[in-house]
Ligand binder design. Structure first.
Ligand code: GP9
Ligand code: MN
Length: 420
């Protein structure tokens, strides 16, 4: 545990915000209903395919007065895909650069959100119609302090109501309502969708929009399954209202990771009407939707700040009025004015207010043009740094510290006393 003082000092100095945000405690004691939306990327929001809206419901949320929509929110996952997104959200730590931390470090001690919320009287659960050992969830959820996992066996799954990976999203949400109704309040619950998963299979009867037409069937079929998920989420909102669960809850919707990999860049460039997908474009395609819906709030807006999955834990805890002062984490409360100002991707690339660093190139975030090194500086200093270097150094340091915490199982040595 020798590294802990250094890590603590770094986080105090560089990560933590000193002031509470204006929204601290606005959702105190509300239920949290967190929708982990499979493979959705931000490029579909407020966009069209074949002249048709792709996500009419989510689009309407971007303009909803009770909803904050973060349009520059990045997924930060690696090989652990969905499980990495869960790991980042619950801990505000980075996933590992290889393998899935859900498999390699499930026995660690963590200071995860479900555990923190338990001290505030919350019951926590995850609902997902898949096998509990997939991604080793049964083990890792215990380490996170999750009270119950409603897996495949909690659902009625038949040939008619399944496709691809299993139970379709509409029956999944429908069947989940009774479990939510039976939970002790306040609860923190996560629902993980499945239909919008590669290879994006969908029954004809569930197709409300036509596929795209390109050389990539993956991209082509992505659009109708995204629309199906959009409809499933819309129905779920109505079901929550009918069940009397809506008013006392806040609803979070987050994309877990990309659905369309760089293997489909040719089709993607055609869809986006670009000559090619540059490393800059590739990073911009790692944006996933993030919505915070607070019924009755009335102050929702579209937020443009650079943000990411690492910020979810501090943001949610702040909304719920939980101080969590001693935590070791790498994200910020997105409603605070003093933020780090950059989002690190696991491979060391980053997005800052001014720059995007990708493929060893420093891009201007606004224009997408590579940033030229200042000529004057170059003349006086042969080792002139690129404009991205100062943040690059912090990113590398941070990723290393996060790795130290995981590899050393360092949360064993940290005491969290001032929870309240
Ligand atoms: C599996 C589901 C999908 O349970 O979460 O996992 P993914 O392949 O997206 O990581
Ligand atoms: Mn996933």
């Amino acid at each position: 545990g020798n590294e802990i003082p250094d890590i603590k000092a770094y986080i105090e100095e560089n990560v933590k915000t000193k002031e509470k945000s204006n929204l601290f405690g606005v959702a105190k004691d509300k239920n949290v209903i967190f929708i982990n939306a499979e493979s959705i990327q931000s490029f579909v929001i407020n966009n069209e395919v074949n002249g048709q809206e792709i996500t009419p419901f989510l689009n309407s949320l971007t303009e909803d007065e009770d909803t904050y929509y973060f349009e520059n929110f990045y997924h930060q996952t690696e090989q652990g895909k969905t499980s990495d997104s869960e790991f980042i959200v619950e801990n505000s730590l980075y996933p590992l650069s290889r393998g899935a931390v859900f498999f390699t470090h499930a026995q660690n001690e963590y200071h995860a959100m479900p555990e923190i919320l338990k001290t505030e009287g919350y019951y926590s659960s995850v609902l997902h119609a898949n096998n509990k050992s997939f991604w080793n969830r049964d083990q890792m959820y215990q380490s996170f302090g999750i009270d119950h996992f409603y897996g495949e066996e909690a659902y009625e799954v038949s040939e008619e109501n399944s496709i691809g990976w299993g139970l379709k999203d509409k029956p999944f949400f429908e069947q989940s309502i009774k479990y939510l109704q039976s939970m002790e309040e306040p609860f923190y619950t996560k629902l993980i969708t499945l239909t919008n998963h590669f290879p994006f299979d969908l029954d004809e009867t569930d197709k409300s929009i036509e596929p795209y037409d390109s050389n990539s069937n993956t991209l082509n079929n992505f659009f109708p399954t995204v629309r199906y998920m959009d409809e499933a989420i819309e129905q779920f909102f109505d079901q929550l209202k009918d069940a009397g669960l809506y008013e006392d809850s806040i609803i979070i919707i987050m994309g877990d990771h990309y659905g369309i990999s760089a293997n489909h860049n040719r089709a993607m460039s055609m869809y986006l009407d670009k000559e090619e997908i540059t490393p800059y474009d590739h990073v911009q395609l790692q944006r996933v939707p993030f919505f915070i819906h607070i019924p009755g709030h009335g102050q929702g807006e579209v937020k443009s700040e650079v943000s990411g999955q690492i910020d979810v834990k501090p943001t949610l805890l702040s909304l719920l009025g939980v101080e969590n002062k001693n935590d070791l984490h790498f994200g910020n409360d997105l409603f605070s004015d003093e933020r780090k100002g950059y989002i690190a991707l696991r491979n060391g690339n980053f997005i800052s207010d001014d720059y995007i660093f990708a493929s060893d190139t420093c891009y201007n975030r606004e224009t997408g043009e590579p940033v030229e090194i200042d000529q004057k500086e170059e003349a006086t200093d042969q080792n002139v740094e690129s404009a991205c270097d100062p943040i690059s150094k912090r990113v590398d340091k941070e990723l290393g510290y996060s790795d130290d915490l995981i590899y050393g199982d360092l949360f064993r040595f940290v005491e969290f006393t001032d929870q309240k």
